[in-house]
Design a protein around this ligand. Structure first.
Ligand code: GDP
Ligand code: IMO
Ligand code: MG
Length: 423
């Protein structure tokens, strides 16, 4: 068997949580491979909405194993909150949730460092979710991190203390105004660590290799999106992990030759939360409509998401970097009622027409070149069959498939599990 991947192709929040939940019935194992509680993955079914941050989006399916891979960074406090919410929904997570010993831990002082770093940058701030993601991955690559497996050692608290003390002096070095009570934060942290320790820690790469030998099916769930990738995103306005396909190999210990389908998921328009370039961003009524109808507020921070037209230059780039084999288009329903729509097919970049995503995506040098489309008035949210989709939506889809040379296999017409049309 192969490992299928599901990845966001834009700046995150494409609807990964919803689709992983929809697809879970086809898989034995759902595995998160990078990111951490900066992610907010929303699932809607039976009239209830659930937001997951670190726990894979297959957790509501009894038969699936949900694996938190080595590439993920875990904040025990946020993880415990997620578990508490699941318990109120009667989800038996003890049976189905396993955690890699090699996953790194986010300490309270990592969060403080994130806040201090952002405060020191002033206007140039990344717009981080302030969950401590950057500092935790820095400690990982700096070879200072504390891993889940360390919690099984007797002396892990000594290691913790030394690292937290170092972080405190680093926070002071930033010389910014930051109020905090470390003692309180640590009490909460140690309580949460005890809960984490009651779960099943595994050597996850070995577990997955055995699962593949046993013909088990595996879906790897990405977090963030390709344009937030540490290497291929709009650096420095990115997250600190590889959100693209290669991240699934390093974040789970699977070989490239084990990868099967690569599902690339995108919104029918574009959003971004936090700072950084966004060539097709709208500052007019159309953008405002997308935000209002699409309820574009961050699932983790509640911040408004910036909205704009679909950017095929960026999307093509993301498809290439990931080797996407099937596309899934989300939130088509949000575009109902627009008289006309635009899709960016090229950039005018420093006087030249280019079709590739350039090194510097500085907005002042880029003018998007658009193709116009007729809109559709029909409400899509009750539609459950490809044959009922409006003609102009089909024209929009056909155009994207031709340009990207990849089939669009799913059109999502609402947040609910059921509002999913397979083509
Ligand atoms: P993720 O981070 O990729 O899992 O996406 P988020 O959950 O952060 O953001 C996607 C938002 O859009 C959530 O509020 C979803 O409930 C919602 N959503 C997902 N698919 C659709 C869709 O097809 N139509 C509409 N209207 N909302 C959707
Ligand atoms: P999901 O998985 C959208 C953005 C932040 C910020 C930048 C760096 O829900 O799609 P970080 O906290 O990672 O250091 O922030 O990345 N960001 C996301 N934007 N969706 C996400 O995750 C994101 N995770 C991080 O807003 O601009
Ligand atoms: Mg999200």
């Amino acid at each position: 068997m192969a490992v299928d991947l599901l990845l966001g192709l834009q700046w995150g929040d494409e609807g990964k949580g919803k689709i992983v939940d929809v697809l879970t019935s086809n898989y034995n194992i759902i595995a998160r491979f990078q990111g951490g509680p900066n992610a907010g993955h929303t699932l809607v079914f039976n009239g209830m909405k659930h937001v997951l941050h670190t726990i894979p989006s297959g957790i509501f399916h009894e038969d699936a194993v949900n694996l938190v891979g080595n590439g993920v960074v875990i904040d025990p406090v946020i993880f415990k909150n997620e578990l508490d919410k699941l318990a109120t929904q009667n989800v038996d997570y003890r049976k189905s949730l396993v955690i890699s010993r090699k996953a790194h831990l986010i300490l309270p002082t990592h969060r403080l460092l994130d806040a201090a770093s952002e405060a020191s940058k002033g206007k140039a701030k990344i717009g981080s979710t302030l969950k401590g993601i950057g500092p935790t991955y820095m400690d990982k690559t700096g070879r200072n991190g504390i891993r889940v497996g360390d919690l099984e050692l007797d002396n892990w608290k000594d290691k913790y203390r030394a690292l937290a003390n170092k972080h405190e002096s680093m926070v002071n070095f930033y010389n910014v105004d930051l109020e905090y009570n470390l003692e309180e934060l640590e009490t909460e942290f140690f309580e949460a660590v005890d809960v984490l320790k009651s779960l099943k820690f595994i050597d996850s790469e070995e577990y997955l290799h055995q699962a593949l030998r046993d013909q088990k099916s595996i879906l790897a769930e990405g977090a963030q999106g390709s344009l937030l990738d540490i290497d291929f995103g709009t650096y420095p306005f990115v997250t600190s992990s590889n959100t693209t396909a290669a991240g699934a190999c390093t974040g789970l210990g699977i070989a490239p030759t084990s990868i099967g389908e690569v599902f690339g998921i995108f919104k029918a328009y574009t959003t971004r939360v936090g700072s950084g370039p966004f060539p097709t961003e709208l500052f007019d009524e159309d953008g405002e409509t997308m935000g209002r109808v699409g309820q574009e507020f961050g699932a983790t921070t509640g911040r408004s998401r910036r909205c704009g037209w679909l950017d095929l230059v960026a999307l093509r780039y993301a498809c290439q970097v990931n080797g996407v084999t099937q596309l899934m288009m989300m939130k088509a329903d949000v575009l109902s009622g627009f008289k006309s729509l635009k899709v960016c097919t090229a950039y005018k970049y420093k006087g030249e027409i280019i079709q590739h995503f350039p090194y510097n995506v500085e907005v002042e040098n880029i003018t998007p070149i658009y193709t116009d489309f007729e809109g559709w008035a029909e409400d899509l949210t009750e539609m459950d069959n490809e044959s009922t989709l409006p003609k102009s939506l089909n024209a929009y889809i056909d155009f994207l498939e031709k340009e990207l040379e990849i089939p669009i296999k799913v059109v999502s017409v609402g947040p609910d599990r059921k509002q999913t049309i397979f083509r």
